[in-house]
Every structure is written in structure tokens, then in C-alpha cells.
Design a protein around this ligand. Sequence first.
Ligand SMILES: Nc1ncnc2c1ncn2[C@@H]1O[C@H](COP(=O)(O)OP(=O)(O)OP(=O)(O)O)[C@@H](O)[C@H]1O
Ligand SMILES: [Mg+2]
Length: 344
Amino acid sequence: MTDDTILSVADLSLRFGAKPKVKGSGLLAVNKVSFDLKQGETLSIVGESGSGKTTIGRCIARLYAPSQGSMVFQAKDGPVDLATLDKAGLRKVRREIQMLFQDPNASLNSRMRIGEIVAEPLEIHGIGTKAERIERVRSLLERVGLSADAVNRYPHQLSGGQRQRVGIARALTISPRLLICDEPVSALDVSVQAQVLNLLGDLQKEMGLTYIFVSHDLGVVDYISDRIMVLYLGTVMELATRDDLFAAPAHPYTRALLDAMPARVGGKHRKRKVLSGEIGGPSGLRKGCVFAGRCPFATDICRTHEPELRPWRRRPETRVACHHADDLDLGSYDQPPPEPESLP
Ligand SMILES: Nc1ncnc2c1ncn2[C@@H]1O[C@H](COP(=O)(O)OP(=O)(O)OP(=O)(O)O)[C@@H](O)[C@H]1O
Ligand SMILES: [Mg+2]
């Protein structure tokens, strides 16, 4: 952990519906996830549906209590472990950690006016006088690009993009330091997506915010991230800077995600490839690498031993969980390697 680390997650696991005395029971949604987050950076979490992205975000926001692991957050008053914090401690730290959700329709109360929605967190936390709250709401709505008369409107009177701007204003009213964004632009039109992403980027710089950005869309992630964490069945496959991940993917699953993306604008046109094989079951006791069943490079060791996340020989800043990563050259986003058949 370095000085500018704001959050340090170690060995985070969450098992849904586990029976206390039955080892391996329930559904392992998050499997020993570890990462550090630096003040002011954007770390994205990508992976297919059901890979555990939302669950990790909800653990950090402590909407879920993890089954195992620690999440040390550098709060204003000093470090706290979010995993074991009591109710009073959580209430305090919630001022510093906020969540932004995918569907602004579902997350905004349809019977409340926009002004009330944005002011609510201030009221919950008892911040400011009435006049100060009104002023704070007005200036935030303006900052996120909504006109002053929006305060008296209802969510259904706004467009999807405008609603997500309200969601952003609401998340920022109490000046959090960490914002967990769960697919914040997935429900929006592509043209509106870029506007909202730009707004998030500008706000981050102005307010020194740190983002955890959950998305299944690598195009969006390419646009916004400093670093990217690739998740498969709750397990970290690769953790790399955005540039490294696209220039030199280390894990066969990352390669598969890149192959499923349309070419970048101006990039070479290429055929989209779709992963074959079955996604393994997330429950029960696991053996080996969770991706082995779908991996074109899998050998015996992959089916028997779970690989650890460790620095990659070719780019030490990249960490990868693959027995064969050091022997593989998976090309780059723009230059896929020849069809893999087996290990060299
Ligand atoms: N409250 C819950 N109770 C039981 N199982 C759950 C619960 N929430 C999620 N799961 C399961 O945990 C796994 C991870 O789910 P999660 O919602 O975190 O995935 P995700 O990566 O966010 O997927 P998506 O891209 O579809 O949003 C899935 O198998 C899901 O079915
Ligand atoms: Mg999700």
C-alpha cells in the first residue's frame, strides 16, 4: 500500500446463500479478489454477465457484507476496514463512498421532485441549513448540465441522459471521495453515453474523485479507465493499465473479450469472435482455473490447480492469473495473433 492508496481490498469473497456448516455450499459470487485503488484514479471492472462486478461494488459500498477479506479505506479520519465496520462507523463512512446505478429510472423515486431527490442525501446526513441545501442543489444541477427549473420537475419528465445527470448530482451532493459507478451509461443511447462519460471525467478532475467503474462494455472502459480488472466467475483473471491491457493482453479470457469487441474507430475491420464452451458453474467446490473449460490453451495443470494472480514476465505492471501466461503471446487489440490451437 502506498501513500496515495485510498482503498486496499484483500482476499474479498462473497458466497450467497452459504449454509454455515456445509463447506463449499452456496454460490461463490466473488472469489478472493485483491486490488489497490489510488486516489484520483479510475479502476474499471469488466467481465460477462454474472461475473460478480456488481457484487464487488456492493461489497465496497457495504450494501453486502462480505464472507471473507478486508477492504481498508482511507477515510478522512483515518483508515477503516469496511468489511468489519460497525453500524455507526458505516454511517459515517457512507458520506465518503457513494454509488451511481445503471438505471436512473429505477434508482430515482418517481414521486419526488428532482430538487428533493438531489437534496435527500444532505438531509439524511443532516448537512447544512435549508438555504444552504437549496443552494448546493442548484449549483450541482447546473454543474451537471441541467437548468435551474429542473428542481421542480419529476424524473419521468426528463430524458434518460438527464435522469442520469440527476443521479450523478445526487451521488455528489455530500462530496464523496469514492464513487462506485455500476454500468452508469449502459441504458443510454451511444451519443448520450459519451456526454455522460465526459461529464464524469470532468467532475473527477475538478473534485479529485476516485472511481470504480463497473461495465461489461470494453469500449466504454477503454474511454474512461486508468486501470482495468478483468473478472471471470468472481475471480480476477488480469489487472493491468488500460494501455497495457489493449496493447498486450496477458490472459486468454481478456483476449476473448477483446475479440468480441467491434474494431476501434479507424482501426482495422475484423470479424467478431464469440467465446465457445460453457461458462462453468459458480457454486460448489472449485478445482483448477475457473476459465479452463473455455480456454483454448488449457492443459492438465489448469484443470487441477488454481493459478495465482502474479506479475507477468512481459509487462511486470500487469498481473495475471494464468499458468501459461509467460509462454503466450496474445497479440494486441489491433493485432490479434494467429488462431491458437495449442501451446507452442
Ligand atoms: N442477491 C443475490 N442473491 C443470490 N445470488 C446473487 C445475488 N446477486 C447476485 N447473485 C449471483 O452472483 C453472481 C454475480 O452477480 P453480479 O450481479 O455481481 O454479476 P454482474 O457481473 O454484475 O453481472 P451483470 O453484468 O449481469 O450485471 C451471479 O451468479 C448472480 O446470479
Ligand atoms: Mg451487474
